[in-house]
Write a protein that binds this ligand. Structure first.
Ligand code: GLP
Length: 249
């Protein structure tokens, strides 16, 4: 685990890792996340991308393939609250990527469970995730894998918990009831199948759940605790998020 001074320093470090990944020889797709934690990460990525030479930018554009973790059921790209709109605004548009290079589950699919199956199959056909970027939900979810959730859970459509709808209410005018009741998410199964995982956690509000996720025995009540068993998990946090961890770590 790496503890850095603050969320900005963390964001710069994560952005650098993502760019390195796209420059590297592993051309498996990136696994991408949304949420407030990722806003400074993608801002740093855009700044770094802008400083690259034209040929370097072109190489990254050509090789880009990413699969996002999740999407709200009922929201499509034209809704600014959808994760598709978030990704279009934060990365796809600014980096000049084609829409098809930045994949998300389709929140407007007629049959959400079938869409989850299609998304899982599309990811498998693309070779699975190389580097999976993850944030951490306040209730211990990753993607939208709500507790209780074990490591074998596949990509699926599921009901969001009251805690998660409250956590994400800010994007919906502060009204938790306006947050969609269901979402499609990659499962812990697909997340744990990634070759490498980069968990990014910032802010004092995540300190106690981060401690539970990393230090307590893995359990379905804290879905992120399944990450402990991943052989190539890297954790990047700021000082505030690390506050509840023993100092030696
Ligand atoms: C959201 C997303 C997760 C995200 C997490 C943390 O609900 N589904 O992918 O990592 O919760 O969000 P935030 O970074 O806004 O705290």
């Amino acid at each position: 685990m790496t503890v850095l001074a603050d969320a900005e320093v963390v964001a710069e470090a994560v952005a650098e890792r993502l760019l390195q990944e796209r420059r590297g020889s592993d051309q498996r797709p990136l696994g991408l996340a949304t949420g407030r934690t990722m806003v400074p990460v993608y801002a740093a990525l855009r700044r770094r991308f802008d400083r690259l030479s034209r040929p370097e930018q072109q190489a990254i554009r050509q090789g880009w393939r990413s699969f996002n973790l999740d999407e709200y059921v009922g929201l499509g790209p034209s809704d600014p609250r959808s994760f598709a709109a978030f990704m279009a605004e934060q990365l796809q548009g600014p980096l000049g990527l084609a829409l098809a290079q930045v994949q998300l589950p389709d929140g407007l699919a007629v049959d959400s469970q079938q869409e989850a199956g299609r998304y899982r199959a599309a990811l498998k056909a693309a070779g699975g995730i190389g580097l999976q970027l993850l944030g951490l939900g306040s209730n211990g979810h990753v993607g939208f894998n709500e507790p209780p959730c074990g490591p074998e859970a596949p990509c699926r459509c599921l009901a969001l918990s009251a805690a998660t709808r409250a956590q994400n209410a800010a994007a919906f005018g502060g009204d938790a009831a306006a947050v969609p009741a269901r979402a499609i998410t990659l499962g812990l199964a697909e997340i744990l199948a990634a070759e490498r995982i980069l968990l990014v956690v910032t802010g004092a509000a995540k300190a106690s759940i981060l401690r539970r996720a990393l230090l307590e025995p893995a359990c379905p009540e804290v879905p992120a605790s399944s990450l402990q068993h991943h052989p190539r998990l890297e954790v990047l946090v700021d000082g505030e998020a690390a506050a509840a961890l023993p100092p030696a770590r």
